[in-house]
Design a protein around this ligand. Sequence first.
Ligand code: NAD
Ligand code: IPM
Ligand code: MN
Length: 359
Amino acid sequence: MTKKIAVLPGDGIGQEIVAEAVKVIDVLRADFGLDVEMEEGLVGGTAYDAKGHPLPEETLDLAKSADAVLLGAVGGYKWESLPIEVRPEKGLLGLRSGLGLFANLRPALLYPQLASASTLKPEVVSGLDIMIVRELTGGIYFGQPRGVRTLDNGEKQGFNTLVYSESEIRRIGKVAFDIAMKRDKRVCSVDKANVLECTELWREVMIEEAGARPEIELSHMYVDNAAMQLVRAPKQFDVMVTTNMFGDILSDAAAMLTGSIGMLPSASLDENGKGMYEPIHGSAPDIAGQNIANPLATILSVAMMLRYTLDEPEMAGRIEKAVNAILDQGKRTADIWTEGSEKVGTAEMGDAVVAALRG
Ligand code: NAD
Ligand code: IPM
Ligand code: MN
C-alpha cells in the first residue's frame, strides 16, 4: 500500500534542504519502486504568516494521517519578537507532543572522508559512532508551571519546571537499551543527579530498567562532564540517553565532531515506530536563501525514515552509499569544505546525491 509522507519544509534553509531531500525521494520512487506519496504542509513562521499559527490544525491533521513526517527547520529573525505561544518553535514542539514523539534518535556518525573537516583532531574523531537518545516530549520543555510573573516588589520572575514521571523515564530508557542491544551494548545515562532531584529519579529508574538486561553495561555521567568528555574523548561513548534539554545541547556539540551540524539527521519516534524525521540543526537564518546550506543531514534523515518507519532498509542503505560516494568524489558544501575539495551549493549537493543514486 502506498505510504504517505507529510513534507513540512518550515522556515529559512528548511525550504532549500527539504527540496533536496524531496529530489532524493522522487528518484527512489521513479527508479527503485519506492511506493510513497508526499503532501506538503505549513509549519513554523511561514505557517504563522499564512494562517496566524505556527502549527495550523490542518498541518497537525496531515502529520497525524501520514505514515511519516519530513521536517526542515523552523524559526527566524522575523518572528523572534512574537509572543512565545505563537513562535515558530512552538509549531515544532506541538508536532512532537501532538504526535507523541517521545524518543529522539540523533546519531553522530563520522564519515571518514570528513575527519579533517572536524574542528577536533582527526585521530580524536575517526571511527566515531555515537547514538544520542534524547527524551523529546517531557522535561523542562513541557513542564508546568511555566511563565513570567511579577513579584510583590514589582520585579519580574521567569520560571520553568523540570519534571519527569517514572513512566516517561522508563520508556526512553527502554528505547536506549533496545538500540544498545544492536550496537556495543553500552549505555551512558547523562543527568545532573548531584543537584536535581528530578534527575536523581532519572538515574534510579535507569538503573532499575537496566537491571532487567544484564547484557547492557550502564554508566552514569553528570552532564557537565559529559559535555567535556564529548570533546575530549568522544569515542568512549556508544549510546547516550538523556533528558530533553541536555540532549538538545549535547547533540549540537556531538554534531561538530562529525564535521558540521549540517551532517546530523534525526528520528523522533512514538510508541509504535511512527516518526518525524529532521536534521538536528535549525533554520540557519544567517545563510538562508543563499544556496550554501548543507542538505545532507536532511537527506540522511530520509534514510532514517526508510529504516525506522517505512521498513525499507535497503533503500536507506542506497542513500547512505550515495552520500559516501559523493564525499569520495570530494564534493563539499561550505560548512564541510577543506582545502583541495570541491565546493558545491545546496542544490548541486542534492543533484550529486541523486546522480550517485542513479549510479
Ligand atoms: P542553527 O542550527 O539554525 O544554526 C547554527 C549555525 O549553524 C549557524 O551559523 C548556521 O548557519 C549553521 N548551520 C545550521 N545548519 C546548517 C546547514 N545545514 N549547513 C550549513 N550550516 C548550517 O541554530 P540557531 O542559529 O541557534 O537558530 C536559528 C533558528 O533556528 C532559531 O529560530 C532557532 O529557534 C531555530 N532552530 C530550529 C530547529 C529545528 O527546527 N529543529 C533547531 C535548532 C534551531
Ligand atoms: C532542536 C531545536 C528545537 C529544540 C527548538 C527549535 C525547539 O533546537 O530540534 O534541536 O530545542 O528541541
Ligand atoms: Mn537543538
